[in-house]
Design a protein around this ligand. Sequence first.
Ligand SMILES: [Mn+2]
Length: 815
Amino acid sequence: MGDLMAKIYRWILKENPNLQLTQEIQREYGLHKIIADILSSKLNAQEVKNFLNPDLKDLYSPYLLRGIKEAKELIQQHIALKDLITIYGDYDVDGITATSVLYLTLKKLGAKVDYYIPERLVEGYGINEEAIDKIAQRGTKLIISVDCGITSVKEVEKAQFLGIDVIITDHHSIPKEIPQADVVINPHLPDIEYPFCDLAGVGVAFKLSQALIGEEAYELLDIVSIGTIADIVPLLGENRIIVKEGLKRLNETRNIGLKALIKASGLQNIEIDEYHVGFILAPRLNAAGRLRSAEAAVRLLISQDEKEVEEIAEYLNQENLKRQQIENQILQEAIKKIKETVDLNKEKVIVLWDKNWHPGVIGIVASRITERFHRPSILISLGEGEGKGSGRSIEGFNLYKALEYCKDYLIKYGGHEMAAGINIEKNNLEIFKTKINEYADTVLSDLDLIPSLRIDAKVKNEKIDIEIAKQLQRFKPFGSNNPRPNFLFEGLTVTKVFDLNGGKYKKIIAQKDKFGYELMLFDVSDQGNDVKIGDIIDVVGSIEINSWNGIESVMINVKDLRIKLPLFSYYKNLSKIMVEYQPEKKEIDKKVDYIIDQRGINNKLEYVLKLFKREGKTVVIVNTVVELKSLLRYLRKEKFLDFSLCNGDCEKENGILFFPNSLKPLKYYDDIIIYDIPFKKEIFYRILSHSQGKRIHLVFKEADIYYNLKSFDEIFPQRKDFIKLYKFIEEGNNILFKDHLHPQLNLNPIKFSFCIKAMKEIGLINVKERDNIFMLSKNSVSQKVNIEQTQIMQQIFSAKKEFIEFAKFIVSQKI
Ligand SMILES: [Mn+2]
C-alpha cells in the first residue's frame, strides 16, 4: 500500500435530475438550471418547496407526538402542587441544551425546578441508580429525562418505588424493553404517528416546551439549534426549520450566556452560521463535560447573572483549549503507534490502547484517525481496572454489529452504526483486535477503504457566477444529510498559480471556453502541489462566495483535483475506434462526384491556405495531433485567423475538423480537404459518402503514415511500458485513476489501461475497479508468460496491421 497520507478519492457522480421537475423549479423559484438539477435529483416537488422555504408555521403540532399531552398534564399537576421537578440530562451538547430548554420552559411556568447531569468519567451515560438516590434526597417528585432514559428500566422502577413520577423524553433507538415510566416520549416508538423521527434530544425537549408554553418556545430556538447541529441529526424536515430559524435568533440572542460565549469565542461581529456552531461554540459547551462536569455549561445557558456567565464562558474557553491540547497529544501518539505497530495491509480496523489516554477525549481522536486513514478505529483508555474505548466507523461498516461479533471479549458495548463505546478487560485486548479484524475482512473490501467524494452536478458549458453562488446559499444550513453540493469541472486549463500563506494554500486561475475560474486549495494535496501553468485539470469543489474588502467574488473551494493528459479524449476515442469499433453492416456508397486528387502534393499547408482564402466554404479534416499542430502553427505564422477549430458545429466559413465524432458538419461546406490519413478504411469511406455533391481534395502522402503510427505509440503499450507498470505495482502502489495521470507514474492512462487488461488476462495481476479507480495487486506466476499472446495485445497488433495495409493502399492506389 502506498503512502496513506496521500489523498486519493473515488469520485461518485450522483446527478440524476428529473428534467420535468427541474423546469418546474426553474420557473417557480427562478433558479438556475444547474441548481434546479441538484434539487430535482433528490427531492420531489413538495420537498423542494419545504426545502427552499423552511418556515416555523410548518413545524408539526407537538400533540402529534405520542405522550406529549399526558406529559403536559402531569407536569401541570406537579407545578400546581409546588413539587420539585428535576430534569435529568446528559453531558454532551444535545443533553446540555435539552436540559436548558426544558429548565427555562418550566421556570416560565413558575415551576420549582432543578437539574441533574451525570459525570462522564465517573457515572457514564444515562440514568443511574445512585443518581436516583441523590435526586430523591432532594425531595424531587417528578423526574423528566432529556436525551437519555429509553433504556433505563431498572432505574425508572427504582424512582417510582421511591415515590417519584417519571417522564422519559429521548430520541435514541428503542431497545427491546422500555421503562414503565408514567410517560415515554420518543419519536422512534413503534407505530408512532409523528411525521418526523429525526429530532435530536433537544428537539424532543423543544416539542414538550411547545406544548407547555406555545409560541413562546420559539424564543428558545437559538439553544435548540445548537444541540441539533451538534448531535449531527439529518438537517432536513423539522430539523431544517429549527436550525434555520434558530441561527437567525442566535445572531440576535437575548440569552446572556450565549452572548458571553459568542464574545469569548471571538464571534461577536460575525454572522454566525452552522459552521461556527458546529466547530466553535459546540466544542466549548462540550469541553466542560469531557474533562470535568458539564454543569457549568447548563448554568451558562440558564443563568441571569452577567458576572457568572462571563466567568463560565471564560472557563469553557480554557477547558476547550485544554481539551485541544490533550486531543492533539493523543492524536500524535496514536499516529506514532499506527506507524510502529499496525500493519495496514492486514488490519482494516485500527485498534489502539494506552494507559495515559484521557477517556473523555478518545472519541474525538478516534474520529480524527478514522477521517485520516479512512477506516474504522477504536481507541481504548486503560484505567486502573478495565479499559474504556470509543470507536468511529466508515460507510459500509456497521460498528455496532462488529462489536456484537466480538461480544465474548467485551464487558459492555453500545452505540450504533457509525460510533460506539466499549468496556474491555485488559487481557482481552489482543484477541479483540484479532476478532474485529476477522469480522472486517468479511464485510470490507480494499475498495471500501478508499474514501469517496460525492459529486452533485457536472458543470457543462455554463457560467458559474455570483448569482449561482448566491442561489446555493438557499441550501444552507448545511449539515448531516444536506452537505454543501460538490461540482465537477472538467478540462480546465491552468493559467496562473499562486502560493499563499507560505505554501499552505494555493490559488489557481483556470479557464475553459470563455469562462474563467478562481480555484482555492486550502488543503493542498500531492496533485495540487504538482499543478503548473498550462496543465489541463479536472476539479471537484464547492461553489462559494469570497468577500474581501467588501467585494464579492465566486471561488471554487477545491476538494480534489486531477491533472489530465492533454488531448485525453482524442486518445480515448482513438483507442475505441482502433480496438472496439465495429463498422456498420450496411454497404458504404463509394461513388463520389468529384475528387480532386492531390495525393503526394509537396506543400499541402499552402494548398489549405489558398482554399481558405478563396470565396466559399472549406473544411479540413485532420486526424493526427502532429499534423494538426503543424497546420495551426503555419496558419498562425501566416497571420490567417479566419477559421474555427471544431469537433462539432463550426461557426466560421472555414473550418478545421479534428478527428470528428460526427460527420454532420460536412454538409455546411463546399470543399472538403482530407489532410492526413484516416485511421480506418470505414472512416475514410464514410467521409466520402457524407460528401455527396461536394469537391473532395485528397492531399495526404505516404510519409504521413508515420504520424498515425506516432499516435498509436501514445496509446498502445510496448514491453517497456509493461515493465514500468509492473515495477510500480511491485513498489507497493496499488491504486490508479482510470482517466487521470498518476502523480508517481508517468504513463498515459489509456496505455496503462491496455497494460492492465493484458496483465490481468495472463494472470500477472489482480484488478478490482470501482468508480474511477483501479486497484491492483501482484500475483505470483510460476511459469514464464508471454504478454504478446494475450487477446487484447493480439487485437492491438491486428488493428495496427490493418491500418498499415489500408494506408499503403490509399496513398498509392486508384480510389
Ligand atoms: Mn442526543
